[in-house]
Design a protein around this ligand. Structure first.
Ligand SMILES: CC(C)(COP(=O)(O)OP(=O)(O)OC[C@H]1O[C@@H](n2cnc3c(N)ncnc32)[C@H](O)[C@@H]1OP(=O)(O)O)[C@@H](O)C(=O)NCCC(=O)NCCS
Length: 387
């Protein structure tokens, strides 16, 4: 208890904390302990991952004026339930880090407790967080100590940006939508999707959002969205340039991965005609595109999903020098997942989302959402601001 009393928790102060948080991040590896460590470079702005959300906060923990822990969160209104009317105030917790020399002393727990006080003061219904299911420290902290419930296990799908363009079928038309048309389609077709953000217009208008594209079969037309005249088969996706916000770097990887990375690049350089899949250079800081709001419509739209993903790949290859991977996150049993090109060795089959109800009504909703089997197979809207 004496140690707990020495810990001071306060809000992030840009002048005092900016530089030391950057150094702090470098010593706090995140990943499945024995295998891959992922480092984040926030390019001088420690709150870059939350500042695009409607409401946000970062807390720091100090011991004798030394930074020993950080945590961030954002609050928004989103669909939680099975209908567009089931909206709630949800808080997303991210970026929890404790100095490796001061772990297991209750600092992580104190930081989350303090955030939850702020959530209650701001009328939050649900708090949730995402972690690697192998991250025992994080899972135990949230489930055993804080009462979070294992909620969903979406898949993070990653595809490298290759050295050459990928062929797209000439029978597929791809068109960029106006923002207001994209908003209209999202509210109409994804409004009741779990975690769909009420301020989708703000997401689409953000400068990091590069646009929304639709794919449909050649010969059909895409003329008047608002009249409801849409092709039988179509697919849509939006793209967020996460690399403009922060960079990632793999700090430690299995030897087999490093060897494949090196040899694939050498072989491709020597024999480009073999067109072997080249492992991306993720060992130096890199950016990525995040595909969000991926939606398919019609019995023959699977091929359209693949074409649209390839289109995004080619765009990344042409426009961004350091965009090494295309990332998306979809519900584990969402069928769209089957048609998204990705590399298994770079992807994560089950990201773990844990959730806690902070009000009595929210507790009842959470009970339904976690006990009805049909709920777990629903699509999920992963907000690019929370990546
Ligand atoms: C996860 C992390 C923030 C925990 O911080 P911490 O200050 O060490 O956690 P606490 O001391 O408050 O631990 C509270 C409880 O969490 C659980 N816990 C924490 N570390 C654990 C570990 N290594 N193994 C198992 N359980 C652990 C325990 O239940 C613990 O209670 P106990 O000590 O009474 O058994 C810290 O390990 C960390 O910074 N990890 C790297 C970054 C990361 O993975 N962040 C999470 C991303 S979501």
């Amino acid at each position: 208890m004496a140690f707990q009393d020495d810990i001071k928790i306060r809000s992030f102060n840009y002048e005092i904390d900016r530089r030391r948080i950057e150094d702090f991040e470098q010593k706090c590896e995140v990943g499945t302990s024995k295998r891959v460590f992922l480092f984040t470079d926030t390019m001088g702005d420690p709150i870059c991952r939350i500042r695009n959300s409607p409401q946000y906060k970062m807390l720091v923990a100090e011991l004798d004026n030394e930074l020993v822990g950080v945590i961030q969160c954002s609050i928004k209104i989103a669909t939680v339930g099975s209908s567009i009317k089931d909206q709630a105030r949800v808080a997303y917790i991210l970026g929890l880090r404790v100095d490796p020399c001061h772990r297991r002393k209750g600092i992580g727990l104190s930081l989350v407790n303090r955030l939850e006080e702020w959530f209650v003061a701001n009328h939050v219904d649900f708090a949730y967080m995402a972690t690697d299911k192998e991250n025992e420290a994080s899972v135990k902290l949230f489930t055993d100590k804080l009462g979070y419930i294992k909620f969903r296990t979406p898949a993070i799908l990653v595809h490298p940006v290759g050295v050459r363009r990928i062929h797209i079928s000439p029978t597929v038309e791809i068109t960029k939508l106006k923002i207001e048309d994209a908003e209209h389609l999202y509210r109409r077709f994804m409004g009741s999707t779990e975690f769909f953000p009420d301020d989708i217009d703000r997401v689409l208008r953000n400068k990091l959002s590069l646009g929304t594209w639709v794919a449909y079969p050649q010969g059909e037309s895409w003329i008047d969205i608002k009249s409801g005249q849409l092709p039988t088969n179509w697919t849509m996706v939006s793209v967020w340039n996460s690399g403009d916000l922060f960079k990632l770097r793999v700090g430690k990887a299995p030897l087999s991965c490093l060897m494949y990375a090196k040899s694939s690049r050498l072989i491709d350089r020597a024999f480009p005609c073999l067109r072997i899949p080249v492992f991306p250079d993720v060992f130096h800081p890199f950016g990525f595109y995040f595909m969000y709001g991926l939606h398919q419509h019609g019995p023959r739209s699977n091929v359209l999903v693949r074409s649209l993903c390839r289109f995004v790949h080619n765009m990344a290859k042409e426009l961004e020098e350091d965009c090494r991977v295309i990332v998306t996150e979809v519900g584990r049993r969402d069928t769209v997942r089957l048609h998204i090109p990705h590399w298994k060795m770079l992807s994560c089959a089950e990201d773990l989302w844990c959730m806690k109800a902070l009000t009595k009504e929210a507790q009842d909703t959470l009970f339904v959402l976690t006990t009805q089997p049909s709920m777990a197979s629903r699509a999920l809207f992963v907000d690019p601001r929370e990546v």
